[in-house]
Design a protein around this ligand. Structure first.
Ligand code: SF4
Length: 406
């Protein structure tokens, strides 16, 4: 995808990118939005984009199908809703934003300070440089990769890591809460000196960069996977309810209806979150909201089979796609139910690039010039078990999903 507009040309948005069905605009991560602001963005997406709103695996909102003309109107609508991006690295934080009773610390002020500080790195570091601030709560961010990671520790310090997810990141020790911002800035300064394409992994001596701030710390402990879909208890008897978007997208008008209902039900915010989810915050009656979301077609149960299907944008959204991934994903979710119920997953990729996942899946279905490749227990790039005409793919998946007799 090509960047087609300079940063700053569209207030409130990251650089729009050219895709198969027009421009894609990703909104900056700013934490929870007021339900009215969220509804306004959905209205603007329906009016100026292709009528769909997406939430990415990293918890960003994005809209496709914009034109060079409509992207500016969409950006202005976003700015009117309070979404004003100022550029610089992406800062990802807990979607509960200081409301989580299970958090080790309230990191909200630190997140604001880092979001302020990173604006000065716009154009100085690669657009993909990202920072994670993890408050240590149940909705942790261990599975997301980032250039710089801060994770709150029970002793009040932050474990500092670099270039990876919680397991693969290089540990740099721990910093006191009052030094977390300075350590982050020191690392960003060091990355910036390496050039505009540099990432944290390119730092030859990251420990040296933060030596004056970081102290020795034991390795961070692995945690059970965070479950964003479902009900989360907050203070004062209120709840946050996480819902999933099937294959990461929803009709903008349906989302607008949901946002209006959330407001009527007393929600104070809607937060985009990892795993292609949204959290409605501080609901007095979380169950009522979950029932409504289920009626509107959203995923409200962690065991919904649609959550086990990963699909990239595919055709027609991506110019490189050779199959309509998301249209097929709904069919695949239906016919692959036995496989998915057994814990398997399916990755539907529009082409051999495999943007949506690098992980192995029970079935990986890839669009190729010769047809649809089916890879069993592997990932995009592995040798296919077979290549079938695209029109036969769903039938083949159905046959392969039936458990073999013992
Ligand atoms: S995997 Fe291919 S078809 Fe899918 S989004 Fe990436 S480039 Fe497009």
């Amino acid at each position: 995808m090509n960047r087609v507009a300079r940063r700053g040309a569209c207030p409130g948005l990251l650089d729009p990118m050219q895709t198969g069905d027009g421009l894609l605009a990703r909104l900056p991560q700013t934490g929870a939005l007021a339900p009215a602001a969220f509804a306004a963005i959905c209205r603007a997406a329906a009016r100026h984009g292709n009528g769909l709103v997406e939430v990415t695996a990293r918890g960003s909102l994005q809209v496709r199908g914009l034109t060079p003309l409509s992207v500016r109107a969409f950006a202005e609508a976003c700015a009117g809703a309070g979404i004003v991006g100022t550029g610089g690295p992406v800062v990802i934080a807990s979607p509960l934003g200081g409301r989580d009773a299970s958090a080790v610390v309230d990191s909200a002020d630190l997140v604001v300070a880092i979001r302020d500080a990173v604006t000065r790195y716009a154009g100085k570091v690669a657009p993909k440089v990202s920072i994670i601030v993890d408050d240590g709560g149940a909705l942790h961010l261990d599975a997301l990769c980032a250039d710089i990671r801060l994770r709150a520790l029970p002793d009040g310090r932050y474990a500092l890591g670099m270039a990876g997810d919680s397991v693969s990141a290089c540990a740099l020790g721990a910093v006191r809460a009052g030094d977390a911002l300075a350590a982050t800035v020191a690392l960003l300064d060091a990355i910036a000196t390496l050039g505009r394409d540099a990432r944290a992994r390119d730092l030859a001596d990251a420990r040296g960069v933060v030596a004056a701030l970081a102290e020795a710390a034991p390795p961070v402990q692995a945690r059970p996977p965070a479950r964003f879909v479902g009900r989360h208890f907050l203070a004062h008897g209120r709840a946050a309810v996480g819902i999933g978007l099937a294959f990461g997208q929803s009709e903008a008008k349906v989302l607008e209806t949901l946002a209006a209902a959330a407001m009527d039900m007393g929600a104070t915010g809607i937060a985009p979150a990892p795993e292609r989810t949204l959290l409605a915050l501080e609901l007095p009656d979380g169950d009522a909201f979950a029932r409504l979301a289920a009626r509107l077609g959203f995923i409200t149960r962690a065991d919904d089979p649609r959550r086990a299907i990963i699909a990239c944008a595919g055709a027609p959204a991506c110019a490189a796609a050779l199959i309509p991934t998301r249209a097929m994903a709904a069919e695949v979710a239906r016919v692959a139910a036995p496989l998915l119920a057994g814990g398997g997953s399916v990755h539907v990729s529009g082409c051999a690039k495999g943007c949506a996942s690098r992980a192995p899946a029970a079935l990986t279905l890839v669009g190729t010039a010769a047809g649809a490749a089916i890879i069993r227990d592997g990932r995009v790039g592995d040798a296919p078990a077979m290549i079938v005409p695209v029109r036969e793919l769903v039938g083949r998946v159905a046959a392969l999903s039936v458990p073999e007799p013992a």
